[in-house]
Design a protein around this ligand. Structure first.
Ligand code: SAH
Length: 395
């Protein structure tokens, strides 16, 4: 293996178990490693610190696979890591009454760049980095053996691949072609998941807990489910006894699936309202018509891809929350989220507080919400907390 030597005093994060080494921390490389190839990482003194994956195109030049040992990486290494990831999730399917879980959560599971979701018998995975791409065949073999899944579908159509100098790739990696829609359930609520064309790996498993919690506030209320995707929060609310449900999303295929999911749960197709449009415009249209709702859900996409976009993202969150809050009737509820890793929970609270002040309303947080527990966080990798939300009473 080639050796990457760090600059003096730049070895602290690696010694503390942080998986990323930025280009600026590197002093020298002993040769020209191939894209994704494992490299030995050494402190300036020459002391070996572990093994990572070489990403020559990325600012994150090395992502650590193992710490404290420089043994080469082989099939057994990945088998063991993946078995450990599955062990963390032991019993979760039963505990959360679901057949859909995130089984590999990248850095947080010690497997940088590798994300795998399980939808029933189908695995759907993203290999976002050069190292992940290098490890892909071993990961696929190990996971098929460990899980007994029938299919492994690849959804490496992620922006991060471009930063790594990798092409986008999708398609069957192992087993049989998955069905057009995999039917999953979260408690009693059922959803059809399109692993080929759906967002990310097909569905947003990270909101599982929040869908259940928020739905428990829906009975007897008019519910506005913005950024609805395939209906998630709204259908859960409908099943929990909402008086009415209005879904808003910009994506026609997402809303088509939301309709199908409504029917899948035993409701008539016209039992909910589906609006295809830009949430920023549709919320203003509701406001101008004097419409209000007893429960408003705001679950926008990532407004900040990187830290440098934080200011722009904050304006987006402020705007959507300001109008969203205005639409909540007195004594109603707001569930508001941010999935931008660059926005910390504290910053998000500040933005919602500003929006509430500008809307002239009083909000009280009854619960802070987070990504579901199968989206584990490593204590050594705080960047892994990306999804946070606030469930608020609105006066
Ligand atoms: N709440 C969903 C996940 C939402 S993901 C769930 O629980 O499954 C974000 C969604 O926002 C995507 O479906 C995307 O199509 C939609 N979207 C992005 N920008 C939008 C905009 N400006 N107006 C309306 N929808 C938008």
């Amino acid at each position: 293996m080639f050796t990457v030597t760090l600059k003096p005093k730049r070895d602290r994060p690696t010694r503390q178990g942080h998986p990323w080494i930025f280009s600026g921390a590197i002093d020298s490389v002993s040769g020209t490693p191939a894209v994704g190839e494992p490299v030995v990482v050494c402190a300036a003194s020459g002391e070996p610190l572990g093994v990572g994956a070489w990403s020559p195109e990325s600012q994150i030049r090395v992502r650590m696979w193992r710490f404290g040992s420089v043994d080469p990486l082989d099939e057994a290494f990945f088998h063991e890591k993946l078995a450990a990831a599955l062990a963390v999730r032991e019993g979760m399917a039963e505990r959360f009454n679901t057949n859909a879980l995130r089984i590999v959560n990248a850095e947080a599971d010690g497997l940088p760049g590798i994300t795998v979701d399980r939808y029933g018998d189908v695995l759907s995975g993203q290999f976002a980095t050069a190292g992940a791409e290098w490890a892909k065949p071993m990961v696929v073999r190990a996971l098929m053996a460990l899980t007994g899944a029938k299919s492994f579908y690849e959804r490496s159509d992620v922006d991060g691949r471009t930063r790594e100098g990798l092409p986008q790739e999708t398609g069957l990696l192992a087993g049989e072609e998955p069905p057009e829609r995999v039917i999953i359930h979260e408690g009693e609520v059922r959803f059809g998941v399109d692993v080929r064309k759906g967002h990310k790996t097909g569905y947003y498993l990270d909101q599982r807990d929040s869908r259940r919690i928020v739905a428990s506030y829906a009975a007897g209320r008019d519910v506005l489910n913005t950024f609805s995707y395939t209906g998630g929060f709204g259908i859960a609310a409908q099943q929990a006894g909402a008086k009415s449900v209005t879904h808003v999303d910009i994506s026609a295929p997402a809303l088509e699936q939301a309709r199908a999911n409504t029917v899948l749960n035993g409701f008539a197709e016209d039992s909910a309202t589906f609006i295809q449009g830009n949430v920023f415009h549709e919320l203003r249209a509701f406001r101008d018509r004097g419409r209000s709702f007893g429960l408003v859900i705001l679950d926008p996409p990532k407004f900040a891809e990187t830290r440098s976009q934080t200011m722009k993202a904050l304006r987006g969150y402020k705007d959507v929350n300001l109008i969203g809050i205005k639409l909540v009737e007195k004594g109603g509820w707001l569930a508001t989220f941010s999935c931008s890793g660059a926005i910390t929970p504290e910053l998000f609270r500040t933005v919602v507080a500003e929006a509430a002040r500008d809307a002239g309303r009083t909000l009280r947080i009854v619960q802070e919400l987070r990504q579901a527990p199968d989206h584990v966080e490593a204590l050594t990798f705080p960047e892994g907390l990306y999804l946070k939300g606030l469930l608020c009473h609105v006066e």
